[in-house]
Design a binder for this molecule. Sequence first.
Ligand code: SAM
Length: 263
Amino acid sequence: MPERIKARAADYGLPMYFDMQAKIGHTKHLGGIYVTQKLAELCQLGPGITLLNVGSGSGIYAAYVAERYGCRVIGVDILPAMVESAQRWAEAKGLTELLEFRIADAQDLPFEENQFDALICESVNAFVPDKEKALREYIRVVKPGGYIGFAEAIWVKAPSETVAETIEEATGQQFYSPEIWETLFQNSGLVDLHSENHQLTMRGEARNQSGLISFRDYLRILGRFFWLFFSDRETRSLMKYIGSNPRQYFEYMGFGIFGGRKP
Ligand SMILES: C[S@@+](CC[C@H](N)C(=O)[O-])C[C@H]1O[C@@H](n2cnc3c(N)ncnc32)[C@H](O)[C@@H]1O
């Protein structure tokens, strides 16, 4: 990725578009609401449950989960700007009693052991340098019997070197085959393992990314995006760069849902 489009997220080894997303108050993961509902089902979310959402980003999905399933959600993110953005979202939605956001690195969680009923990460672990260490941390903080679920971008078809480089540069993350994530779970000591893979399609993404927020919130986020786009040259460069990622590469891309229960 060109040097000039890097900014503060780069201090944490993360892609610059996270800075833009924190400013506009919107993050997402492949598979959107489908993935979140599936993880909620695996974690058996409901009232009385306390969920740790690692890499909670803008907090939009954490708020959705708290509101729909009535559970308490603690979100952590390594980027302070994301945590601020998530706190603003919780306040705007009137959900501060169910939601709390803190700055923390997935690889070193500031919690005692056996604290959470369940834990989910949506499009986070691909960005975490030491995935085994992070998973050990997740297992440590979840109660025995608690579920740990990941959603991650995956290759559904082996890409050529050029395709892999283009997609990974544009998305700022490394994609893996589903087997890599499955092996991580198989070696972790978790039981009742789950793995499912989905091909990325334009129609599926359009469906999965809609219906999460109100039209009014959507317009607000879009307004912030356009303001940033017209006022910030680096955002324009970044969008041009991301937009140059050809859609036909969708045939290689997908998302996987992986999980397991702490014995
Ligand atoms: C693609 S965004 C997804 C955000 C959110 N889960 C969602 O679906 O909207 C990835 C998030 O993971 C966070 N992140 C990356 N590495 C992290 C780490 N080591 N510890 C905690 N959060 C991390 C990023 O700051 C970013 O907010």
